[in-house]
Ligand binder design. Structure first.
Ligand code: R5P
Length: 298
């Protein structure tokens, strides 16, 4: 057994290899001037079960192509089984036709993943719980919620002073799971509207009463607009302290500035997506999911 790590996410690669006690090797990646890529596996993989970690980073489509080249190289060099660890599943929000004229990108990506030759895949906090079932190969879903529950308990010891918040209706299940981990706490749900052509977000309504410290839970923080709208709505309703916990810190465009300048105390994301030094900001703290992923194989 060995782990082929992701040199763009060395912290997570090293963390998983350490907990699993398997050797770690990085592939050689060459990007040509026309943006085509060549990958080469330097480790001896013949006859072995290989864990392959690939964090999906922008440009997302290049990451997906790189993943497919890596799986191909592993199989052509004799790997017995390739287990893909793809913490951030790309296109997971594009799971249905939002408007007439669209297709369903997630279905296309699932077909691509299945055809690559991986024997199983591990993903973290998919946008919808149904995603693993859409694959015809085994897909294991790992949740970052235990990490978040631990962090919330560290920040607020009195259960009666905890309010967990979903910034949209899609996060209800996540809220219920977190509630179970915290042993029953106060909940607030925000009803968000998004204009699908402009991407603009607005808060339509807030359900529930704020009590103590607010902890907003989300799967993805991309532009940061959902979160900032939620923070503002909570503050308007009298919240004193607001913390943000999001599994995938995609942090596109101005998200780091928006979040740093927001009224949140801190923003926690996991290392499912690497955060470059350019995207890092003082209020951000990164929690590692290495042990949660590795424990799936122990
Ligand atoms: C939406 O349904 C998701 O759960 C996230 O709330 C959303 O994708 C976050 O996107 P953004 O940061 O761009 O508002």
């Amino acid at each position: 057994m060995l782990l082929i790590g992701d040199s763009q996410n060395k912290g997570l690669s090293e963390g998983i290899a350490k907990v699993l006690s398997v050797p770690l090797s990085y592939p050689e990646i060459t990007v040509f001037p026309d943006s085509e890529q060549r990958v080469r596996i330097e480790a001896e993989v013949s006859g072995k079960t290989v864990y392959l970690l690939k964090s999906i980073v922008p440009p997302v489509d290049s990451s997906v192509m790189q993943l497919s080249f890596l799986v191909d190289a592993l199989i052509k060099n004799g790997a017995n089984r390739v287990i893909g660890i793809i913490p951030y599943m790309p296109y997971m929000r594009a799971d249905h036709m939002f408007r007439i004229g669209e297709g369903v990108p997630l279905e296309v990506v699932i077909d691509l993943f299945q055809d690559m030759g991986m024997s199983q895949i591990v993903i973290v906090d998919p946008h919808s719980i149904k995603i693993p079932e859409l694959f015809s190969i085994p897909v294991h879903n790992i949740s970052a919620l235990p990490l978040f529950a631990k962090k919330i308990k560290e920040l607020e010891k009195d259960k009666n002073n905890i309010t967990i918040v979903s910034p949209d209706m899609g996060g209800l299940r996540r809220l219920q799971q977190l509630d179970e981990l915290l042993g029953g706490v106060n909940q607030v749900i925000i009803n968000k509207d998004r204009d699908y052509s402009s991407g603009e977000i607005s808060v339509a309504a807030l359900k529930g009463k704020i009590q103590g410290t607010c902890f907003i839970i989300d799967d993805i923080i991309s532009t940061g607009k959902t979160i900032v709208q939620a923070i503002d709505a909570l503050k308007k309703e009298g919240a004193k302290q607001v913390y943000v916990l999001g599994t995938h810190g995609v942090l596109s465009g101005d998200a780091p500035t928006l979040l740093q300048e927001s009224k949140a105390e801190n923003v926690f994301v996991t290392d499912s997506v690497p955060v470059s030094s350019k995207k890092n900001f003082p209020k951000l703290e990164i929690l590692s999911i290495a042990s949660l992923i590795a424990s799936e194989f122990k």
